[in-house]
Design a protein around this ligand. Sequence first.
Ligand code: TRP
Length: 397
Amino acid sequence: MDKVDEDDVVNPWEVATSSATGVDYDKLIKRFGSTKIDDALLQRIEKVTGKPVHHLLRRGKFFSQRDMHIILDLYEQKKPFYLYTGRGPSSDSMHMGHLIPFIFTKWLQDTFDVPLVIQLTDDEKYLWKDLTLEQANHMAFENAKDIIACGFDIEKTFIFSDLDFISNSPAFYRNMCRVQKLVTYNQVKGIFGFGDSDCIGKISFPAIQASPSFSSSFPEIFNGRSDIPCLIPCAIDQDPYFRMTRDVAPRMNCLKPALIHSTFFPALQGAQTKMSASDPTSSIFVTDSDKQIKDKINKYAFSGGGATVEEHKEKGGNCDVDVSFQYLTFFMEDDDRLEEIRKTYTSGELLTGFLKKELVEILQKLVGEHRQRRASLTDDVVKQFMTPRKLKFDYPP
Ligand code: TRP
């Protein structure tokens, strides 16, 4: 299992830390063997794309990578690549933390003008949770709406539910079989910590999450070509799947996927606590009303401010543990304004109430816009996104 040190536990099913400032990401990079995103890489991204990097990159929310330089080389040479990300649909409604990878993936799609495949692992959630196949599949469809409402381009995006897609896709299933043949029980036990009493569905599931990393899994999109490289934006807890994928790829005559990893989004109660889709007070959901957003931030967002106004003015606030400030670093785009807030909150000049007010306004706007886009989506459009088809890109044989 991926145990980082005494305290931090990071694997696809559990993220736990006892530190108020969250997981130690530098240690995690060492443990996982990925590479830190440094200033030189950020500058290179700006140079090849000719635009400023997204604030989530600038602020280190996407902090780790594998083979990003190869992707940038390809882009410079005008050679194709594609994006792959996913979501395990475990509830009908998504929270803001779930949206982070998709907000960033949309930026990548807009910036690099590339195809995107999004895997909804309803099969995974069926295997791991107390859900029926029908419930898991229904959640996949509901989550697809929230994902589409992030603004993805229908001509460049294919979203699929494993339960619906795989049984109709011989090419995908063949890649699954290839992966299954190359990975032993001992290996998945080491990577994922599976035990003797885990059902065999779990044990073979990693092959399902690995397969979208290969362009040959989607002949409809890539015209049967197996040589289109893949870049996977994901939260770092998904890295074990892709370490396994990168290990088997060369033996399948396939390309290793590149990766770009994000940190975790903190729960309202603080970075040590778990954000849970089943606990409505632990996060802001995309379905929350303006009033719910305001009440939740005011009531539950862990404050790094002083206990009283006097104490706050004297000692100042601690931005590193203050959840409202942390949320601003994810959602406030204006760097200068953010820096001003950081300074005045740290000095004690800015009170917690004002910090929260600023955050509430930003979240109400973001969630409000999302709500509108979701409401205007028809089932027909969702079906179109979820139909295997050629996208707007050509891949000559
Ligand atoms: N296992 C992921 C989850 O539970 C879903 C997922 C599938 C995914 N494929 C992915 C996430 C690729 C990131 C990238 O959320």
